[in-house]
Structures are given as structure tokens and as C-alpha cells.
Ligand binder design. Structure first.
Ligand code: CMP
Ligand code: FE2
Length: 274
């Protein structure tokens, strides 16, 4: 297992910044359904800076690239390069692992399975990608990695990260692309009492709910947003954004979503998919 450490900083509380579904292209003018994804990503990074969001690490929960190019991954690296904090990342369905592994291994970026966070927490960072299809699945290896991390560090509160949503989000078109073996995932989680939260990307919308007694959160994409509770593909006019997650030493999670202001990154609302 690839294990990283994130020492706790000034206080015992650890603050994470979730950035997800950037869908970047090699082309700086590359657009997804009318939104220039490089520009919206840069705007989100700029807004996080100007609103002085404080965080100890970034978690990038997949779909970093839309075109699988090394340049698109480099664009992500460059976009966060001014931040000295580490970035822990995992692959989404749109990612190309070979390029990811080589480009996202620079400076502060790390692909690891588990992060021991301060004295009280751990992150388990899972790969739910099934090559070439939008839905997710956790392999036996990933399920066993989760099980091992949870039992080895049973005294640490745990936040599990994966790209695909491990519960129905409430939109039929999107739920066909959810984590397909979610019963297997929850069976492992339910064996242990230290999982305090699960964080995913993929659904391009904010979510903060409870499932099987555990907190489940997702963040807006830095580009286009999907309309909640729509059985057919539909975009939402809410702005690109991010999620901030505070991990407290007693196991409490405090979280909120930040978004851009204005109307610069409105997608083509009549799009029917991509
Ligand atoms: N109209 C559609 N119907 C079903 N799936 C779609 C449609 N448009 C896009 N998708 C896929 O659904 C995925 C959901 O989010 P992704 O960013 O992974 O990428 C999306 C596409 O792979
Ligand atoms: Fe996505």
C-alpha cells in the first residue's frame, strides 16, 4: 500500500480543498458544452485564492482531463503550482492513467492509497475507474485495500475518496454511471465504525447527505454542472465551484461549498450530452 503522511499544522483540525471534474484540454480554448474548462478552472483557483480559503491539502477527485493528453494534466499541475500544499489525486472515468501517473507525479502531487492525516484521521484514496466506460466499479484489490486501511488504522477517523458516486444521485441518466458494485463497497464500510465520510466527484453537483449512516459528499465541477433530480440529461445554471472539508479531531466533519460569482461560465443549456 502506498502510504503518505500529512502532518497536522497549527491546530488539530485538518482542512481539505476538494477540486473535481476539471475536464481540461491540451488546447487552452478547449470547451465542454460551451464552457472553456481551462478558464473556468483558473477562475475557480483565483476565487479560492482571493477569498483566502485556508487548507492543508488538495484532494482532486477525478476527471482532470477531457482529452487524455499530457498537456491537459500539465495544465492542472501548472494551475495549482503556486500552492505549496500537497495534492492527493485519484482517477475518474475520463482520465488516462498512463499520462496521469507520469505528469501528476511532479512537485506536490501524489498518487497514494492512504494518507495518515495528523494524529486522528486517515484518507483512503480509491480507484473506481473501469477503463473506457463512464460507470465505476471497485476491484477486489481496491475493496481489500479499503478493508486493510480501515482495520490497520481502526483508531483513526476515516474519509474515503473515490470518483464515482456510491449511491443513487436521483437522476436516471447519471445513475446508470454510478459505482456499480456499491453493495460491495458499503459491505466493507459497514464492517468498520471508523468511516466518518465518503467524498466523490463525477456528479457535477454539490451533495451532502447521509447513506447507510455515513456522510456522503460531492462537489461542483470546476466547469459544467448537472441539474439535480433530472432523469434526462440536463445542465444546471449554478456556477463552477469547489468544496472545503474540515476534519476535527473528535471525528466531526464541517464542510461547505464555494462557487464563482457572475455569469461568465454559463454552459450551452440546450446541450444534450457529451
Ligand atoms: N446524454 C447523456 N446520456 C448519458 N450519459 C451521458 C450523456 N452525456 C454525457 N454522458 C456521460 O455521462 C458522464 C457523466 O459525467 P462525466 O463527466 O463522467 O462524463 C459524462 C459522459 O461520459
Ligand atoms: Fe466529470
Amino acid at each position: 500500500m502506498r502510504i503518505s503522511h500529512l502532518p497536522s499544522q497549527h491546530s488539530q483540525t485538518v482542512r481539505l480543498l476538494q477540486i473535481t471534474d476539471t475536464h481540461l484540454f491540451a488546447d487552452p480554448y478547449g470547451c465542454l458544452l460551451g464552457v472553456n474548462t481551462a478558464a473556468s478552472f483558473q477562475a475557480v483557483v483565483g476565487e479560492i485564492q482571493s477569498s483566502q480559503v485556508e487548507f492543508d491539502a488538495i484532494i482532486a477527485t477525478g476527471d482532470i482531463s477531457q482529452d487524455h493528453t499530457a498537456e491537459s494534466y500539465q495544465r492542472f499541475v501548472d494551475g495549482i503550482a503556486h500552492w505549496p500544499q500537497p495534492c492527493f489525486w485519484l482517477p475518474g472515468n475520463h482520465d488516462y492513467q498512463q499520462e496521469m501517473q507520469s505528469i501528476l507525479a511532479q512537485s506536490t502531487l501524489q498518487r497514494c492509497d492512504s494518507v495518515l492525516v495528523g494524529e486522528h484521521w486517515q484518507l483512503v484514496v480509491l480507484d473506481s475507474q473501469v477503463k473506457g466506460v463512464p460507470h465505476g466499479r471497485l476491484s477486489e484489490e481496491q475493496l481489500s485495500l479499503l478493508d486493510t486501511a480501515l482495520s490497520t488504522n481502526k483508531d483513526r477517523h476515516t474519509l474515503v475518496l473515490l470518483h464515482h458516486h456510491p449511491l443513487p444521485a436521483g437522476s436516471a441518466w447519471l445513475d446508470q454511471h454510478q459505482l456499480h458494485n456499491q453493495e460491495d463497497f458499503w459491505a466493507v464500510v459497514e464492517k468498520h465504525n471508523n468511516v466518518k465520510g465518503v467524498v466523490c466527484g463525477h456528479i457535477h453537483q454539490a451533495l451532502d447527505t447521509e447513506h447507510k449512516g455515513r456522510r456522503v459528499m460531492a462537489a461542483p465541477s470546476t466547469c459544467i454542472q448537472f441539474k439535480p433530480d433530472s432523469d434526462d440529461f440536463a445542465l444546471d445554471s449554478t456556477n463552477p465551484g469547489w468544496r472545503e472539508i474540515e476534519l476535527h479531531q473528535d471525528g466531526t466533519i464541517i464542510t461547505h461549498v464555494g462557487r464563482l460569482k457572475g455569469t461568465e461560465f454559463q454552459p450551452d443549456m440546450n446541450s444534450t450530452g457529451y
